[in-house]
Design a binder for this molecule. Sequence first.
Ligand SMILES: N[C@@H](CCC[C@H](N)C(=O)O)C(=O)O
Length: 270
Amino acid sequence: MRFLKGHGTENDFIILPDLGGEAEISASFVARICDRRAGIGADGVLRVMRTKQSHEVAEHAAAAEWFMDYRNADGGVAEMCGNGVRVFARYLIDAGLADQTEFAVATRGGVRGVRVEPNGDITVDMGKPVVGGESVATVGGQEYTGLRVDMGNPHLACATGEPVVQLDLSHQPGFDTGVFPTGVNIELFNPVGPHRAVMRVYERGSGETRSCGTGAVATAVAAANLAGETTGTWTVEVVGGTLTVILEEETSHLSGPAVIVASGELTLAE
Ligand SMILES: N[C@@H](CCC[C@H](N)C(=O)O)C(=O)O
């Protein structure tokens, strides 16, 4: 099976073109190829298939030709992946499967509009973040209160005065399973200036990653909330680079680089 490897601010993905949706892709196969020692290594898998071939999202076929079938590194499915959509769009363009600078991609979380910027960055319309109440994450025995933000997938974005660079995110943080029955992506961030935050993230199904697009938007929402704002442009510094988030009344946008770095033939069998 052919594969490609790409990343967006070092949130890295294995891309599996399966345009007709014929491949059987099990959770264990995804976990094996995402393994950084025994496989290719990645935070997740982006399977590329025609929307009309997917029983999950076929109703979006008229709006978006391509479906991003996203899987976390542990093989579990997720509704949305902001950096994944940007890398997916880069693949479609490079492969000649999308020939405009603006098009739409279907995800389990809905249809997302994509735009290629003149500098090559890719912007995704991430939809309207849904803000919930507060909840608590526990990291290294310490509790951090954060804001629940639904980006299609669940987030808990926690501001802290402690430099996030010092946190030990090598283990699953604790969280309230009553509030997040299907798990949660946990962001810890330092507001470091007007409309700027430094963020680290522990992703559901993937562990600590060097960037998370939906997490960056959730962080911008939580930082704006602390500042008493609901709109504006935010710079979110992640371990793997810098993302720009624009919050509007009715939607949000995520921008940043997205690149393909390799391609090859998988010899690991399903
Ligand atoms: N890295 C992604 C988010 C991927 C899904 C997440 N781990 C989940 O399970 O919800 C992003 O860039 O948004």
